[in-house]
Write a protein that binds this ligand. Structure first.
Ligand code: NAD
Ligand code: UDP
Length: 334
């Protein structure tokens, strides 16, 4: 029996594949390489000394997916594949709905056909919208999405809930991630987006290696301890371990929702200062106007994941900043 990981050569997917292989699972990856590259597979194999099967397939390609299910004995799917750039989703909403929502529908149809009814889905804290309290708890429900990207996550969550109501043989885990940063300690896998990054840590990394001149910190007058926004940053390896735990609990049909965050809020300035301190490197920055759509502060209540999944984040901000630098300094030209 194998675990199918869609988007398995991507940032979070690759770290999760490492954890799966380390735990003795057999893994099949499906990825169209739209935001990753094939050499990630070699690096996963170098880290784990184990092999995984790879199919370069788009999840919207039903025939291709059927072949994957025919050739393997898939017991469950961890579904990462999707587009994730918030800004781009505003410009290309149809592409986001097509890729994320239609892609998930195609995948579910093929899973149903092959009677594989267990899925862990990559959701996001963005589905909470703006609930009016910075500490996000699972039972707050979904709020109004602030972007088409966020809307695709909320729609997929709803779709999966409807699927379970229609057919209660499904076992579905919705994992709502907070802000993943960091990289595998080997420096072999991590996040290195093409072009100018949108997210904080990839931007800091590019400034630190001298590829970009300076970081713009969006907003210095929020009502927070230092005026900059507060988020719940989580080490990508902790996040990957969270998927393992969720997978282990897929033994009773239902839809289960869990936050994967640390529970601690960290400001943008804290991240910059910690990155500078632990890596002994300067990160040039300037203050810039607020970015549209940013909330001043939010972080996870991670207690449900602790009690139900026996999972909690173990790695702190220093380790996240150290591993992010280790990865980018080893991969600056890739
Ligand atoms: P990523 O872009 O690094 O990985 C996604 C992978 O999916 C890529 O390798 C890409 O090539 C692949 N992919 C995209 N569309 C595909 C398709 N139609 N068919 C096959 N493969 C396809 O992103 P990530 O940061 O690893 O995120 C993984 C998942 O987690 C995404 O669904 C994302 O929305 C979600 N998520 C990410 C964050 C974050 O901050 N990184 C936060 C919350 C949720
Ligand atoms: N941020 C910033 N400069 C950047 C990118 C991000 O100041 O170049 C801030 C952003 O305003 C937010 C935090 O960093 O407060 C995290 O942003 P990111 O885009 O990484 O994740 P988000 O929380 O928006 O999903």
């Amino acid at each position: 029996m194998q675990i199918l990981v869609t988007g398995g050569t991507g940032y979070i997917g690759s770290h999760t594949v490492v954890e799966l292989l380390k735990s003795g699972k057999e893994v099949v990856i499906v990825d169209n390489l739209s935001n990753s590259s094939k050499n990630v597979i070699d690096n996963i194999e170098k880290i784990t000394n184990k092999k995984c099967k790879f199919y370069e397939i788009d999840i919207r390609d039903e025939k291709g997916l059927e072949k994957v299910f025919e050739e393997n004995d898939i017991e469950a799917v961890i579904h990462f594949a999707g587009l994730k750039a918030v800004g781009e989703s505003v410009v290309k909403p149809l592409e986001y709905y097509d890729n994320n929502v239609i892609g998930t529908i195609k995948l579910l149809e093929v899973m149903k056909k092959f009677v594989c009814k267990k899925m862990v889905f990559s959701s996001s804290a963005t589905v909470y919208g703006d609930p009016g309290n910075p500490k996000y708890v699972e039972d707050m429900g979904r709020g109004k999405a602030s972007s088409p990207y966020g809307a695709t996550k909320a729609v997929i969550e709803e779709m999966l809930e409807s699927l379970y109501i229609a057919d209660n043989e499904w076992t579905i885990s919705l994992l709502r991630y907070f802000n993943p940063i960091g990289a595998h300690e080997s420096g072999l896998i991590g996040e290195n987006p093409n072009g100018i990054p949108n997210n904080l840590m990839p931007y800091i990394q590019k400034v630190a290696i001298g590829e970009l001149k300076e970081l713009s910190i969006f907003g210095d007058n929020y009502n927070t301890k230092d005026g900059t926004c507060i988020r719940d940053y989580i080490h990508v390896v902790d996040l990957a371990v969270g998927h393992m735990k969720a997978l282990q609990k897929l033994n009773k049909p239902g839809v289960y929702i869990h936050n994967l965050g640390t529970g601690a809020g960290t400001s943008v300035l804290d991240i910059v200062k910690t990155f500078e301190k632990v890596n002994n490197i300067k990160v040039n920055y300037k203050f810039a106007p607020r970015r549209a759509g940013d909330l001043p502060e939010f972080f996870a209540d991670p207690s449900k994941a602790k009690s139900e999944l026996d999972w909690e984040a173990k790695r702190g901000i220093e380790e996240m900043c150290r591993d992010s630098w280790n990865f980018i300094s080893k991969n600056r030209n890739s």
